[in-house]
Design a protein around this ligand. Structure first.
Ligand code: ATP
Length: 253
């Protein structure tokens, strides 16, 4: 498999403690990978180390690239999503084109087309000319997802991108991720909503105390035993004509 993300024995230490512990992972075109795990499992640390934003041991093909090449290979949506500046939504999204712009930094027709595609995908047409800092938290999150989409990189990595979105926007966003994966790109996204992860990801990687303890199709990863052991959770999981249905039922903590 041609890997768009290739991690080999990636570890991150906080003090003497490993918070990412020898994780190896290859993600190829067509995959939408959900990174799941309880609070503190190491999801953010893994994503940031993979991108070269956090000191680590082991190998990441993205972290190894020079900064300019990295920005053309991987788009990143971090967990923090406040937009502080009163510039138009369209201008924020156009920042995603920065790695592709020629010297001088002017948007070319192909850059404007990429911005338009991202705006359409995230259904932001009516927000286009509004100051981004006047939008609600969930609306700002959608703008930042659109900025990452406008980058049109082979790999998209996002840290809890659907947190704080309303249910319809969560589904729209997961469908967008599924579609861009189906177009031959790769998506790696950390998620707390296991139901949406089960429905929309082609593959789940479960982290527990920094270690990847399961990796595979959602139905094979979300077993009752692992949910109990890793998430301290009892849940209902079933396949239906509408796809997999997952509902957390009881905390076992
Ligand atoms: N700056 C820091 N200094 C020390 N420890 C940290 C720091 N940032 C994170 N950690 C620790 O690293 C571990 C992994 O944190 P990380 O943010 O990667 O987890 P996560 O799976 O993304 O959690 P969440 O679901 O809560 O966002 C946690 O135990 C956390 O306390």
């Amino acid at each position: 498999m041609t890997a768009l993300l290739a991690l080999q024995d990636l570890s991150v230490h906080r003090g003497s403690r490993p918070v990412v512990d020898h994780v190896s992972l290859r993600v190829g075109p067509g995959e939408c990978v959900g990174l799941i795990g309880p609070n503190g499992a190491g999801k953010t640390s893994l994503l940031r180390a993979a991108l070269g934003l956090l000191a680590h041991q082991g190998q990441s093909n993205i972290a190894d690239l020079p900064a300019h090449a990295r920005a053309r290979q991987a788009a990143w949506m971090p967990q923090s999503r406040e937009i502080a500046w009163g510039i138009d939504v369209e201008a924020v999204i156009a920042l995603g084109r920065t790695p592709w712009l020629p010297r001088g930094g002017r948007l070319r027709p192909e850059d404007r087309a990429a911005v338009d595609r991202a705006i359409r995908r995230m259904k932001l047409e009516s927000f286009r000319h509004r100051p981004a800092n006047h939008l609600s938290g969930g609306e700002q999150a959608r703008v930042l997802i659109a900025r990452a989409l406008a980058q049109e990189t082979p790999l998209l990595m996002a840290d809890e991108p659907i947190a704080g979105l309303d249910p319809a926007a969560q589904i729209t966003t997961m469908e967008v991720f599924g579609r861009i994966a189906a177009e031959g790109k790769a998506v790696v996204v950390s998620l707390h909503d296991l139901g949406l992860a089960a429905r929309h990801c082609t593959r789940l990687v479960m982290l527990d105390r920094g270690r990847a303890v399961a990796d595979g199709a959602p139905g094979a990863v979300l077993t009752p035993e692992r949910l109990e052991e890793v998430f301290a959770l009892r849940a209902f999981y079933s396949r239906s004509a509408d796809g997999p249905i997952f509902q957390p039922l009881e905390s076992l903590r």
